[in-house]
Design a protein around this ligand. Structure first.
Ligand code: PLP
Length: 287
């Protein structure tokens, strides 16, 4: 496996960065997780727009144009002879001294990893997920915007820890006011009647690329899709609940904090949206 690292391709076991890198010392950097379906990088433009916006927000200048970055992503795939893959693109502040001030970091480090996709087991899609809500809160948007996909993922890691301590594989984070924000690395949707809701960005949700694709697809299918704040109660009494993300695509939730959602099996509408999403992915590739 070949890793793109600061201008060259190196073997996985040689792909190393300095302990003085501020990404390592302070989580100072940004990243993207991107999916490749049969040679087509799904919504690469949207991912790069988000990456560059995240970088701009934290005053990190990426030393490549988006066109060059597109090229590097494609080259990484070709080098690894991958047609279906998961890509991790990481830009860290770079090597500096031990102080927080990023001005000691001369050059951002750029890492592109392309791996064979580790798909979630099919059983999970058939049975749906049992999840909980956890004590870890999403950071306030006025402190660090949830739109910034930064290397500071401690809240998200803590969500995963709380989930696995409770014996479930995923959990929902609330924001500081108790509104539902998102999962550890996925967005949440609820369906009530013909209305589909997902929390707006200001509540503390990342504007997921999969989330946006699903909002688009659901609107085309005739649903009323709204970005609207909701509480745990709204989740408990929803007809259907599902999560979206680059790796998970669309996955049904059948139990939340012990409350059975709908009939306790993945709902019809969620299935329909997952199918439509998988079609869209193929259509996008044919364009
Ligand atoms: N929320 C968080 C915190 C994430 O890290 C991710 C994953 O990127 C998502 C949501 C889902 O976003 P996307 O659909 O772009 O993968």
């Amino acid at each position: 496996q070949w890793i793109y690292l600061n201008g060259e391709f190196v073997e996985k076991h040689d792909a190393k960065i300095s302990v003085y890198d501020h990404g390592f010392l302070y989580g100072d950097g940004v990243f993207e997780g991107i999916r490749v379906y049969d040679g087509n990088v799904f919504r690469l433009k949207e991912h790069l727009d988000r990456l560059y916006d995240s970088a701009k927000s934290i005053m990190l200048v990426i030393p490549h144009t988006k066109e060059e970055m597109t090229d590097l992503v494609i080259k990484t795939l070709q080098r690894n002879k991958l047609r279906s893959a998961y890509i991790r693109l990481v830009i860290s502040r770079g090597v500096g001294n031990l102080g927080l001030d990023p001005s000691s970091c001369a050059k951002p480090q750029i890492v592109i990893i392309a791996e064979e996709l580790a798909l979630f087991p099919k059983e999970l899609y058939d049975s749906g997920l049992e999840i909980i809500t956890v004590a870890t809160r999403r950071n306030r948007p006025d402190v660090l915007s949830p739109k910034v996909k930064s290397l500071n993922y401690l809240n998200n890691v803590l969500v995963k820890i709380e989930a696995s301590l409770a014996g479930v594989s995923e959990a929902l984070m609330l924001n500081d006011q108790g509104y539902v924000a998102e999962g550890s690395a996925d967005n949440v949707f609820i369906i009530k009647g013909k209305k589909i809701l997902t929390p707006p960005g200001y509540i503390g949700a990342l504007e997921g690329i999969t989330r946006n694709a699903i909002m688009e697809i659901a609107t085309e299918l005739g649903y009323t899709v709204k970005e609207e704040p909701f509480t745990r109660h709204d989740v408990y009494v929803a007809d259907e609940v599902f999560l979206t993300g680059t790796a998970a695509e669309v996955i049904a939730v059948v139990k939340v904090d012990g409350r059975v959602i709908g009939n306790g099996v993945p709902g019809k509408e969620t299935q329909q949206l997952l199918e439509a999403f998988r079609h869209r992915v193929i259509e996008d590739g044919e364009k």
